[in-house]
Ligand binder design. Structure first.
Ligand code: MG
Length: 353
């Protein structure tokens, strides 16, 4: 045997992994022995493979999928470092989605306790408008606002318009339905399923057509958010603007992974490419406590594409909901109106007695 070759036992001792782990890495093609004796089947490893064996072990401890470990191990150190950073950013983004879902469930279950004690009567004042913009031949957005439901859907594909209107139409029963005590989860689940089916029925080719959906459902003291795609919801509270949705776009995931800055993203040629839309992924769910004076904005991507958040905040800060909606839509069009633009603005106010 050559001097720089180690038996599997010696190699295992040197890299502090078990021979069993090494055999597994071989089977998974994560770390192939430098030589396998054709007669005995014994595995031999090169001294130079020690580092890689350790790297594989650490990446497995990190929870990285096997296919990705294979890719990382084939890279130069600098590129491997970038891959690991990107992988971890993705894990954190996914954890954030699960954290929000956990918070939603905690809020939901807490609400069942609190709703009996709640004496403040709140309601929504709202306005919705959808505009074709200055460039697109047709409006494929749908916007809706009612006493309980606020929704924006942005359709895509040749049947984008019927897709977005079918999604919103399917949710409209929520506007008249009293939310049953403790029934929000079921209601949202039914609503999303109904909207998904309606979109499928409204288009011939579900692969070529679809829609985003961002909706807020008023429960009497809270707003339940359903969100999938790149339409957005914002909350203006005490003069500060908070974006309460996360874009499900390829570009946003590149930002999350640290491969792209927010600034670079605005000019990215694929910034409209969606990661998921209604029917092709799980929507994000969230519950928001409503406070008198809160103002919500739901909009299609046609607005933030041309207006930075600071400008949206400025235009959103003054006037009744209809004034704010008109100001936002006008500003998008003045900025070129490259896309359809839809805005829903709703204020949380004390119920008029
Ligand atoms: Mg759009």
């Amino acid at each position: 045997m050559r001097r720089d070759m180690l038996t599997i036992g010696a190699f295992a001792r040197a890299c502090r992994l078990s021979p069993k782990a090494l055999r597994l890495y071989d089977e998974l093609e994560l770390l192939r022995p430098a030589r396998v004796d054709p007669h005995t089947g014994y595995r031999y490893y090169a001294v130079g493979q020690l580092e890689q064996a350790r790297l594989v072990a650490w990446l497995r401890r990190l929870g990285m999928p096997l296919a990705r470990i294979r890719e990382v191990c084939a890279l130069e150190p600098a590129a491997a470092a970038r891959e690991i950073r990107a992988y971890w950013a993705r894990v954190e983004a996914e954890t954030a989605v699960r954290r929000d879902l956990a918070a939603f469930l905690v809020d939901h279950l807490t609400e069942q306790e609190q709703s009996r004690k709640d004496t403040t009567m709140l309601e929504l004042r709202y306005f919705a408008h959808s505009d074709r913009g200055r460039v697109r031949p047709a409006n494929q957005d749908t916007a809706y606002a009612g006493t309980r439901l606020l929704a924006v859907a942005d359709g895509f594909g040749p049947a984008g318009a019927p897709a977005s209107s079918a999604a919103v139409e399917a949710l409209r029963f929520l506007d008249t339905e009293e939310v049953p005590a403790g029934g929000v989860l079921n209601l949202l689940e039914d609503a999303v399923r109904g909207a998904t089916e309606a979109v499928r029925d409204a288009t011939d080719d579900p692969d070529a057509n679809g829609t985003t959906l961002t909706a807020l459902l008023w429960t009497g003291s809270r707003l339940a958010l359903v969100h999938i795609g790149d339409s957005r919801a914002y909350l203006l509270r005490d003069g500060e603007l908070f974006r309460i949705t996360h874009d499900h776009t390829v570009v946003q995931s590149l930002i999350d992974e640290g491969r792209l800055t927010e600034e670079e993203a605005t000019a990215h040629p694929q910034r409209t490419l969606l990661l998921k839309a209604l029917g092709t992924g799980t929507p994000d769910l969230r519950l928001h406590d409503a406070a008198p004076g809160d103002r919500y904005l739901v909009c299609s991507d046609g607005l933030p594409t041309v207006l930075p958040d600071a400008r949206i905040r400025e235009l959103l800060t003054t006037g009744a909901p209809d004034v704010a909606v008109r100001a936002l839509v006008d500003a998008a069009n003045e900025a070129g109106g490259p896309d359809n633009v839809s805005c829903v603005v709703a204020d949380v106010v004390r119920e008029a007695s």
